[in-house]
Design a protein around this ligand. Structure first.
Ligand code: CLF
Ligand code: SF4
Length: 315
């Protein structure tokens, strides 16, 4: 009998050797977000739009697990199921955790993965580790509030919406605490950093040094993908040469991922294959207004829960 591969060896994002053999499925159960990045717009999904933040439909936890079972049955090379949006998985903690818990029961051998901005990570790190989520990605676009204030429009702490450096300071505090906590719980951590020319492109080495000192295992510098109707819509993406030198410099401090394909929130299959979960879940794409209405409803429920938890923790 052959020996099973260690977890990171069969994770297509964490191991460059694995991405041609192993695939991932993203379950789009997390509609809303608790921060607003200047480059993000989750309103559109079309055949020409393959990027983080877009999905053809939102799924309930039950639908998501059903889709995952179909996907794994059809694609035995799927090694990872991730939750990566279209909003922030931990800003939608209830459906995210319900989905992960059910997956852990129904697909015990599958790797579980999650990608978050980190704002709610300290609150949920222990639960994620208990559920066997072995790989977590935290997006860190700045480690100084003055740089971050140019990246994020606002940061929502449930009871209040913080803008400028005050919001970023809170986000940074939570990202550091969350990463340190996850690391102490044995979770493998990648940091994604979106490179925005003129905003944080000269800040990547600082990010690399900071996140390495917090315990992150891997860094993924992602070139900005300008999206229409966002603050950075007219910013030119970094050149291949700039990305090469950023990764070379940051790579002196922390290993670099260089094969990211900037996946959709409902991506399916090998990285870069452009598959979508609806290919297996049999459901029709939703109209985008319906997705937005669902996202607003989920955001309201989550804001109420966060307010309640903040009140309880202050007592
Ligand atoms: Fe998905 Fe992300 Fe897990 Fe991979 S993607 S949640 S770590 S299973 Fe991978 Fe896609 Fe790049 Fe993300 S290629 S966007 S890094
Ligand atoms: Fe979009 Fe993610 Fe930023 Fe939220 S954290 S605004 S989903 S890119």
């Amino acid at each position: 009998m052959s020996t099973p591969l260690p977890d990171s060896a069969r994770h297509p994002c964490f191991n460059p050797e694995a991405h041609r053999a192993f695939g991932r499925a993203h379950l789009p159960v997390a509609a809303s977000c608790n921060v607003q990045c200047g480059f993000c717009d989750r309103r559109y999904s079309c055949v020409n739009e393959s990027r983080p933040g877009v999905t053809a439909r939102l799924l309930t936890p039950h639908e998501a697990v059903d889709a995952a079972l179909r996907a794994v049955a059809r694609m035995p090379h799927l090694s990872v199921i991730g939750i990566a949006g279209p909003g922030d998985p931990l800003a939608n903690a209830a459906p995210t955790i319900e989905t992960l818990a059910e997956l852990r029961k129904t697909l015990p051998g599958i790797l579980l993965c999650l990608s978050t901005n980190g704002l709610a990570l300290p609150l949920h790190a222990q639960t994620l580790a208990d559920l066997g989520v072995g790989h977590v990605t935290v997006t860190v676009n700045a480690v100084r509030p003055d740089v971050g204030a140019a990246v994020y429009n606002w940061v929502d702490d449930g009871s209040k919406r913080l803008s400028g450096q005050q919001g970023v300071a809170l986000l940074l505090e939570r990202q550091e605490k969350g990463i340190r906590l996850l690391k102490s719980l044995g979770v493998t951590i990648k940091v994604n950093s979106v490179v925005i020319p003129g905003v944080n492109d000269t800040h990547m080495l600082d990010i690399a040094k900071a996140v390495a000192s917090w315990g992150a295992d891997l860094m993924n510098c992602i070139p900005l993908l300008p999206v229409a109707d966002t603050r950075f819509a007219i910013v030119s993406p970094p050149s291949a040469q700039l990305m090469h030198s950023i990764r070379a410099e940051a790579g002196e401090v922390i290993p670099q991922m260089r094969h990211c394909t900037r996946c959709r929130a409902d991506a399916l299959g090998l990285l870069g294959e452009d598959g979508q979960l609806e290919d297996v879940c049999g459901a029709q794409p939703q109209a985008q207004p319906q997705i937005r209405a669902q996202a607003r409803a989920q955001a309201q429920i989550q804001a109420q829960k966060t307010r309640l938890m903040n009140t309880v923790s202050r007592q």
